[in-house]
Design a protein around this ligand. Sequence first.
Ligand code: SF4
Ligand code: SF4
Length: 257
Amino acid sequence: MKRRDFLKESLVFIAGAGISLSALEWLDPQELLASRPAVRWAFLVDTRKCVGCGFCVKACKIENDIPLDADVTRTWVERYVIRKNGEVVMDSPKGALHGFTTNGIDQNKSGILQVPNEEIAKAFFVPKLCNQCENPPCVQVCPVGATYQAADGVVLVDRTWCIGCGYCIMACPYGVRFFNPKLKVAEKCNFCYHRITKDMEPACVQACPFEARLIGNLKDPHDPVAESILKRRVGVLRDEYGTKPHAFYIDLSKEVR
Ligand code: SF4
Ligand code: SF4
């Protein structure tokens, strides 16, 4: 498809379908394609496709050398169970490293909660990761410039500069940052930067058997993931913070925080 046609189609669709403003009020396809450099990485999660197997979580830990038994992870999967009375219960045992193998909802100290099938209105899984925000508060608070945003939008941590003060961990409204248990520096998902800059998919994307996780370049008019983000009704997490997250979600339920 020619760039002009892509833009035209995108804009017609956007105008007609009333796409979630959370993403598209600040994502202008024309501005995106005109701006430089030619890459802006974005992630697309399809919550309809995730089955909660946890393959992505394990693949990420192995790829990025985060100990499997550590209670920290660059990406995780949450399970949501919405009761017919509107009550929301959720869990993510070990970040779903081993997947969700029982119906019991892990309520930590309160034990395992069983929600009878007849009380369930809907249930689904939601993968989480760093949003590579366009306005990242984690970058703003770093006193030594150890965390910064690359020109392609990915927020990175320079481990040699990080002093481990933890300000960025407190500043991230999505809770995606943690201390690397081995290196004692700030750690988070970076879309597997060492892979995507060599034309490889992030480990979690490669590991997902159901294509619930995808990555794309928003500035490439021929990129099917970018096209999907710009044409579909996609949501983002906590857009009220003005962070302009670049992890987009298909079918994001309002209960997800
Ligand atoms: S999700 Fe958190 S760590 Fe990632 S860029 Fe946004 S504020 Fe920073
Ligand atoms: S690998 Fe895919 S289907 Fe399995 S939990 Fe991760 S995102 Fe969901």
